[in-house]
Design a protein around this ligand. Structure first.
Ligand SMILES: [Zn+2]
Length: 56
């Protein structure tokens, strides 16, 4: 089973993340390391905003 990044659509192929256009049905969606880090930062930023709203 292949894993496709749900953000940038890269496919995990062996140990590399490559851009692949054709998608088959036997894929699972996840995050490549780059988008995972980016998403984590966005979530952190989101919670920072929530905290600042609560503090105000
Ligand atoms: Zn990605």
């Amino acid at each position: 089973m292949k894993t496709v990044c749900c953000v940038c659509q890269k496919t995990k192929y062996r140990n590399r993340w490559v851009k692949e256009m054709h998608l088959d049905l036997k894929t699972s969606h996840g995050y490549c390391p780059q988008c995972f880090n980016k998403t984590m930062k966005e979530i952190d930023h989101y919670f920072d905003l929530q905290d600042s709203k609560l503090a105000a």
